[in-house]
Design a protein around this ligand. Structure first.
Ligand SMILES: O=C(O)CCC(=O)C(=O)O
Ligand SMILES: [Fe+2]
Length: 471
C-alpha cells in the first residue's frame, strides 16, 4: 500500500462533487419533525417550517502490509496564491494542493492499513477533503460516465424535461430549478436515486422519495452510470471501513447504519448525480448571474466526486468557529461571500472525497461536513458526484468509543437521534420546492409517513394496511 503525494495528474476525469446540499427555503429541521400517526392528513403530513437563520449568510496496487506507508507530507493550501489558472474569474481563494491516497482493494486490520486510516482521518480534520487515486477500472468508468453525461445534456430540452418522476427525486433538473439558500443554481443535473419499480411495495405504500429513476430512452445511459455508481459504492465501503479504523471503532460500528452488511435491509440510500455547469454569462437569465451552486453541505456520510479539467469547486476547511449542524438548522448559503474558501483544482486520475452531515452527527463533530460551492467558469464544466449514505430508514445515534469525544454534559441520553430519511426528504423539498415530486408529496400528506415505525427500522417493509391506504 502506498500513500503517495502527487501534484500533477492524468488528463482524465477530475473530481468535484455534488451532493447537493442544502439548498433553500421552506423546510425543516429534522429534529423538529415530530409525531405522526397514520400518515394521511395529520398535522405532521407537512414538513416543519424551516427558519433559515443562516440564510443570507481493479487493477489496484497490491496490498503490502509489510511495508509501512509514507505519511502524506504536503501542506494543503498555498495561502500566498490568491488565484489559480483554473479558478473561475471573480473569486478570491487559496488553492488546495492535496496529497493523493491510494486505497487498497481490500482493507485489512494490518498496521499499515491502520496507519493509512489514521492519515485519512487527519487529512479530513485538517482539510475537509481528501484526494484518492482512481484505479484503472475507475478511470475507464469515469470517462465513460462523463461521455454519457455529455450526450444526455446535449439532448433537446423537451427530451431532458421528460425525465422526471413524481415519486422519486431521480432524473433531470433544469438549469435554475435547483435552489440553494433561495437563489437559483445554474447547474443542469441528472440524479440517480435508488431505482424502485412502481410495483415495489414501498412505492405502492407512498413512502417519500421512493420511486423509479426516469432514465432517458435508449442510449445506454443507465448501464454506464450504474456501472460507475456500483464501483463507487465499493469504494465507499472501503472508505467507511477505513474511517472506522481511523476513529478506533470496531468493524461495523459505522457500517451498520448503512445496512449493507447483508444482515439488515438492502443497503444505504446511495445516490449519484451528473452535473453540467454552463459557462458564466451564458446562464438562463433567472436569478443571480454567475452562480454555479451556492454554499452547502451534503447530507450523508461520504461524497466521492470527479470533475473534468475546467475547475469550479471550492471548499471550506473544518473550523471550530464555523460550527453548524445542517440537520437542525440550514447551512445553505453559509459564508457564501466571506473569505476562507479553498479552490480545489482538477487533478486527473483522482477522485475527491468530502464528508456529509451524518458523518458529523455520528462522530459528534470529530469529523465535520465539508461546506462547498461551485463557481461558473469561462467554459462549461462537467462533474459527477456519488453519495454514500446511511439507510433511508436509519435513526442514527452518535457513536461511542475510539476517538469520538465523550459527552460531558450527558446530553447523549436526551438525543433522540436523527432519522436519515427525514433529513434527506427535507433537503430535497427545500432544494426543489417547485418540483412535481415535492408538490405531490405534500399535497398527498405523505410527509407524515416518515414517522411510521417501518420507515424508521432498517430493512422493514410496508404493512399491508399502509399499502392499501396509499395505493
Ligand atoms: O460540481 C461539483 O464539483 C460539486 C457539486 C455539488 O456540490 C453537489 O452536487 O452537491
Ligand atoms: Fe454538494
Amino acid at each position: 500500500m502506498k500513500i503517495s503525494v502527487r501534484t500533477t495528474g492524468l488528463p482524465l476525469c477530475r473530481a468535484a462533487l455534488p451532493g447537493r446540499a442544502v439548498r433553500t427555503m421552506a423546510t425543516a429541521a429534522v429534529a423538529a419533525a415530530t409525531h405522526v400517526s397514520s400518515g394521511s392528513s395529520s398535522p405532521m403530513s407537512m414538513p416543519p417550517r424551516l427558519f433559515n437563520v443562516r440564510a443570507a449568510q481493479n487493477a489496484r496496487l497490491p496490498v503490502q502490509p509489510a511495508s509501512p506507508p509514507r505519511q502524506p507530507t504536503t501542506t494543503t493550501t498555498t495561502p500566498q496564491s490568491q488565484t489559480h489558472p483554473l479558478m473561475p474569474p471573480g473569486y478570491i481563494a487559496t488553492t488546495a494542493t492535496l496529497p493523493t491516497f491510494t486505497i487498497p482493494s481490500v482493507i485489512l486490520p494490518t498496521p499499515s492499513h491502520h496507519l493509512l486510516a489514521k492519515s485519512i482521518i487527519s487529512a479530513f480534520r485538517r482539510d475537509g477533503i481528501i484526494q484518492i487515486a482512481q484505479s484503472p477500472l475507475q478511470q475507464r468508468l469515469c470517462k465513460e460516465a462523463m461521455a454519457a453525461s455529455k450526450k444526455f445534456f446535449a439532448l433537446p430540452p423537451e427530451k431532458k424535461a421528460a425525465c422526471v418522476d413524481e415519486r422519486s427525486y431521480g432524473g433531470y433538473i433544469a438549469s435554475g430549478e435547483e435552489v440553494t439558500d433561495g437563489i437559483a443554481d445554474y447547474s443542469e443535473i441528472f440524479t440517480i436515486t435508488r431505482d424502485f419499480a412502481k410495483t415495489d411495495s414501498r412505492v405502492k405504500a407512498g413512502w417519500p422519495c421512493h420511486g423509479p429513476v426516469p432514465w432517458p430512452e435508449n442510449g445506454g445511459m443507465r448501464e454506464t452510470m450504474m456501472r460507475y455508481k456500483t464501483e463507487l459504492g465499493e469504494e465507499g465501503k472501503r472508505l467507511v471501513r477505513l474511517v472506522e479504523m481511523g476513529l478506533g471503532l470496531e468493524e461495523g460500528e459505522l457500517g451498520r447504519w448503512i445496512g449493507d452488511d447483508g444482515k439488515q435491509g438492502e443497503g444505504g440510500w446511495h445516490h449519484a448525480r451528473v452535473l453540467r455547469f454552463p459557462p458564466r454569462n451564458k446562464t438562463n437569465g433567472k436569478g443571480k448571474e454567475g452562480r454555479g451552486i451556492g454554499s452547502h453541505t451534503d447530507y450523508g456520510l461520504l461524497v466521492i466526486s470527479a470533475q473534468d479539467e475546467v475547475g469550479g469547486l471550492f471548499i471550506r476547511r473544518p473550523s471550530r468557529e464555523e460550527r453548524f449542524a445542517n440537520w437542525e438548522e440550514s447551512a445553505a448559503g453559509l459564508r457564501e461571500e466571506e473569505e476562507g474558501w479553498v479552490f480545489v483544482p482538477p487533478v486527473g486520475g483522482t477522485h475527491t472525497v468530502i464528508l456529509g452531515d451524518m458523518m458529523q452527527y455520528l462522530t459528534r463533530n470529530y469529523l465535520t461536513a465539508t461546506p462547498h460551492k461551485v463557481g461558473l467558469n469561462t467554459r462549461e464544466r462537467f462533474a459527477f458526484a456519488y453519495f454514500h449514505e446511511p439507510s433511508f430508514q436509519a435513526v442514527l445515534k452518535p457513536l461511542n468509543g475510539g476517538v469520538i469525544p465523550t459527552d460531558l454534559d450527558d446530553s447523549r441520553k436526551k438525543d433522540k437521534g436523527v432519522h436519515y430519511g427525514t433529513h434527506f426528504t427535507n433537503m430535497f423539498i427545500r432544494n426543489y420546492p417547485e418540483r412535481i415530486t415535492t408538490k405531490r408529496l405534500l399535497a398527498e400528506g405523505r410527509y407524515g409517513l416518515l414517522e411510521r415505525p417501518e420507515l424508521r427500522t432498517i430493512g422493514a417493509v410496508p404493512t399491508t394496511t399502509t399499502v392499501e391506504k396509499s395505493v
